[in-house]
Ligand binder design. Structure first.
Ligand code: MSP
Length: 649
C-alpha cells in the first residue's frame, strides 16, 4: 500500500459469459462497480478493480460448433474482437485495473491446483451424478429443487443426467454458511439472506457436482483425464487467481485479499453466498468481506434480450445519448438493490431534466454571466450577504458527508439525489439573486461577484463528486473552471475555489433531446435490430400406414366464388369446381389471412372424401389444404394450368 493511501480496496464484477454480445443490462453492474471504484480512489484508497470473462462450459462449446470455429476462436472474437467486451468497457469508460480471462494459462493451472487441494483434503470425492442439468445455466439440480419440473433459475427445461463425477462436500459447510449469512453482514441487501436460507439452506444443502465428462471445453482435472472442472468453480476462483493465488503471474494477494465487495446480479447470489464461502472454508482461506446482490434491469417490463429487438445495445445507446448520460441514467434512476424497468422515455427525460436543464443550465448560465459581467476573471472584491447565501453555502459545505454516507452503502441513487438537491438549490439561488438586475448598477458589482463566485464554487464541489458517475463531464466542468483542486479534501467545506476564478464557456454539456423525434429514431432502430424468432416446429404426429394415407382423397379445385360467412370472424365460404358437374361448398377458417375476392379463380387442393359437417348452419363438404407454422397460414395454391378434378397422389 502507498504511504499516502487510506487503505486498500478490492472490488469485482461478475466475469461475463461471452456467449453473446453484451446488452445494457450487463453494463449495469460494471458501470456501478466502476462508479464505486472511482469513488474509493477519490476518497484516497489504493483500489484494485477486477473484471473479466468466464469462457468455459458446454454452452460456449456448442456455440463455437454452431459457428464452425474452435471454442477459443469463438471467445477470442467476442472478448477481443471489434465491438467485443474489451471494446465495450473502453467505450463505457470503465477503469478496471485488471482483466482476467478464465482461459488465461495462469488461471487454468491455478484451478487445477485448487481442485487437487480440495481432493487431497477430502472435500472433493468421486461419485455418480444422477440428476437434472440446465444447459443454458450450466447448473445441476436435484428433483426437489426444480420448480414445476423446470430450472429454478431460468425456468427452462432440464435434462436427465447420469455420469461418474467429482463432488464437493457442500453439505459439510451448511451450518457455517448459514451462520455467515444470518449473523454477519456478508450478504446484502438483507432480503437476499432470507431468500438463500429459506430456498437453499433450510431444505438441506446437498454435495455439489463439480466435474463433467460430457464435454471437453473446460479446465481439465489433471489427475483424471476426461473430467473437466465445473464451470462455477473455475469462475469463482477468478477473484483470487487474478491476484496471484496458486500462480506466479500476479503478486497482489497479500495486499488485496479478502475482497472488500463482490458486486453480483441477483440470480448468481446463490453461487457467491453459499458455494463460494464454502469452498474458501474448505481451503481455510479468508472470506470476502461482502457480496452485494443487485437487481435486474428489464426493458419495457420484459426481460432484456437482443432477440426481442429492444434497443438495449450499449453501443447504440452510447452513440445516441453519450456515455456519461447513459452511465448517469443507470445509477440515478434505479435503486441498486432492486429490479428496475428501463424505458427510452425515462432515459430521455432524465437527460433532459437532470442533465440538460438542471446541471447543464447551471453551468452554462453561471459561466456566461461571469464572462459577460466581469470578462476574464472575477474581481477579488466580493460582498457576502449571509441571509441570501447561507442556505446554499451550508448545503454545499456538508454535501460530501451526506454523499459519502450513501456511497458507502452502495446507494448510488441517493448519493446522486444529494448532489442534485444542491444543483436545484443553486439554480434557485440564481433566480433569488437575479444577477442580471444586480449588473445594472455598478455599485452592486462586489455583490454580483460574490453571487457568481458562490455559484462557481457550488459547481466545483458538485462536479468533483460527480466524477465517479460521469468522469468525462466532471473533467470538462473542472476544465471550464480553470482546473481547480478537486481531490477529496477539497470537496468538503466551502470557499476553496480561487476568488478570482477565470471561468471559460463551452458548448452545451447536454443538449436537450427532442423526445418525440428521438423515440421515433429508436423505434426504427429497434425494428432493424429485431432478430426474427423462429416459430417452433409443430409436434410430429404418430406414424400411419400407407393404406391409411391412400384413403385420403385430395383433389384439385378451382374457386368459383368466395364470401365471408355472416357473424363469423373466421370463416370463408367457398364455391368450388372439383371437376364434377355439381359445385362443391367448403367452409374454411382462414378469414384473417385472405380477403374473399383475392381467392376467386385460384387453383387449390381440397380433401374431398371427408364426411360433410355443419358450420354456422352451413354444410362444408371437405377441407382446403393449407400450410401452417406458428401464426402463419398459406393456402396450398397450384399452377392454374392444373385442371380441376385432378387427384393428388
Ligand atoms: N459468468 C457468470 C458470472 C461468474 S462470476 C464468478 C455470469 N455471467 S453473465 O454474463 O451471464 O452475467 C454477468 C452479470 O450480468 C450477472 O451479474 C448478471 O446478473 C448481470 N446481468 C445480466 N442481465 C442483466 C440485466 N438485465 N440487468 C442487470 N444485470 C444483468 O453470470
Amino acid at each position: 500500500m502507498c504511504n499516502k493511501c487510506k487503505g486498500n480496496f478490492y472490488i469485482t464484477t461478475p466475469i461475463y459469459y461471452p456467449s453473446a454480445k453484451l446488452h445494457i443490462g450487463h453494463s449495469y453492474c460494471t458501470v456501478a462497480t466502476d462508479a464505486m471504484a472511482r469513488f474509493k480512489r477519490l476518497q484516497g484508497y489504493n483500489v484494485m478493480f477486477l473484471t473479466g470473462t468466464d469462457e468455459h462450459g458446454q454452452k460456449i462449446e456448442d456455440k463455437a460448433k454452431e459457428a464452425g470455429v474452435t471454442p477459443k476462436q469463438y471467445v477470442d472474437n467476442i472478448v477481443e474482437g471489434p465491438g467485443g467486451v474489451l471494446d465495450l468497457w473502453k467505450l463505457m469508460n470503465i477503469s478496471n485495473d485488471r482483466f482476467i480471462r478464465t482461459t488465461d494459462d495462469y488461471h487454468v493451472e491455478a484451478i487445477q491446483k485448487i481442485f487437487k487441494k480440495m481432493y487431497d483434503n477430502g472435500d472433493i470425492y468421486k461419485g455418480t451424478y444422477k440428476g437434472k442439468y440446465c444447459k443454458p445455466c450450466e447448473s445441476f439440480w436435484t428433483e426437489s429443487q426444480l420448480i414445476d419440473g423446470k430450472c429454478p433459475d431460468c425456468g427452462r427445461e432440464v435434462q436427465d443426467a447420469e455420469e461418474e463425477a467429482y463432488f464437493f462436500r457442500l453439505s459439510k459447510y451448511a451450518d457455517r454458511v448459514r451462520d455467515l449469512l444470518e449473523n454477519t453482514d456478508y450478504l446484502e441487501p438483507r432480503s437476499r439472506v432470507n431468500e438463500m436460507v429459506n430456498n437453499f439452506i433450510k431444505p438441506g444443502l446437498e454435495d455439489l457436482c463439480v466435474s463433467r465428462t460430457s464435454f471437453t471445453w473446460g479446465v481439465p482435472v489433471d489427475f483424471d483425464p476426461g473430467h473437466v472442472v465445473y464451470v462455477w468453480i473455475d469462475a469463482l476462483f477468478n477473484y483470487m487467481t487474478a491476484l496471484g493465488f496458486e500462480n506466479q503471474a500476479h503478486n497482489d494477494l497479500a495486499e488485496f485479499w479478502p475482497a472488500d465487495v463482490h458486486f453480483v446480479g441477483k440470480e448468481i447470489v446463490r453461487f457467491h453466498s453459499i458455494i463460494w464461502p464454502a469452498m474458501l472454508m474448505s481451503l481455510d482461506l479468508p472470506l470476502p468481506k461482502k457480496v452485494f446482490g443487485h437487481g435486474w434491469l428489464n426493458f419495457n417490463g420484459e426481460k432484456m434480450s437482443k432477440s426481442r429487438g429492444n434497443v438495449v445495445d450499449p453501443y447504440v445507446l452510447a452513440e445516441h445519448f453519450g456515455v456519461d448520460a447513459l452511465r448517469f441514467f443507470l445509477l440515478r434512476t434505479f435503486p441498486f438493490g432492486s429490479d428496475g424497468n428501463f424505458t427510452n422515455e425515462m432515459l430521455i427525460s432524465t437527460i433532459n431534466v437532470d442533465l440538460a436543464n438542471d446541471l447543464g443550465n447551471l453551468v452554462s448560465r453561471t459561466i456566461a454571466m461571469a464572462q459577460k459581467y466581469f470578462g476574464e476573471h472575477l474581481p477579488a472584491e466580493q460582498l457576502s450577504n449571509p441571509e441570501m447565501d447561507d442556505e446554499l453555502v451550508n448545503l454545499v459545505a456538508t454535501l460530501r458527508d451526506r454523499y459519502e454516507e450513501q456511497m458507502e452503502h452502495f446507494a448510488f441513487q441517493n448519493a446522486l439525489a444529494e448532489i442534485f438537491k444542491v444543483i436545484s438549490r443553486a439554480n434557485k439561488y440564481i433566480d433569488e439573486n437575479a444577477p442580471w438586475a444586480l449588473a445594472k448598477d455598478e455599485a452592486n458589482k462586489p455583490r454580483l461577484a460574490k453571487v457568481l463566485y458562490n455559484l462557481l464554487e457550488s459547481i466545483r464541489v458538485c462536479a468533483g463528486l460527480l466524477l465517479p458517475f460521469m468522469p468525462a463531464t466532471s473533467e470538462e466542468i473542472m476544465k471550464r473552471l480553470g482546473n481547480p483542486a478537486s481531490d477529496w479534501d477539497s470537496l468538503i467545506g466551502f470557499g476553496l475555489l480561487n476568488p478570482e476564478v477565470a471561468a471559460v464557456a463551452g458548448p452545451a454539456l447536454f443538449p436537450r433531446i427532442d423526445m418525440e423525434k428521438e423515440l421515433a429514431v429508436l423505434e426504427e432502430l429497434s425494428a432493424q435490430a429485431k432478430e426474427p424468432e423462429e416459430d417452433p416446429l409443430p409436434e410430429p404426429l404418430p406414424e400411419i400406414t400407407f393404406d391409411a394415407f391412400e384413403k385420403v382423397e385430395m383433389t384439385v379445385v378451382k374457386v368459383l366464388a368466395c364470401e365471408a360467412v355472416k357473424k363469423s370472424k373466421k370463416l370463408l365460404k367457398f364455391t368450388l369446381n372439383d371437376g364434377s358437374k355439381e359445385p362443391r361448398q367448403i367452409l374454411s377458417g382462414i378469414a384473417e389471412f385472405y380477403k374473399p375476392e383475392e381467392l376467386v379463380g385460384k387453383t387449390l387442393v381440397a380433401v374431398t372424401n371427408l364426411a360433410p359437417r355443419k358450420m354456422m348452419g352451413q354444410i362444408s363438404s371437405g377441407m382446403l389444404l393449407s400450410a401452417e407454422r406458428g401464426e402463419k397460414l398459406n393456402l396450398i395454391m397450384l399452377d392454374d394450368s392444373v385442371p380441376a378434378g385432378s387427384r393428388l397422389v
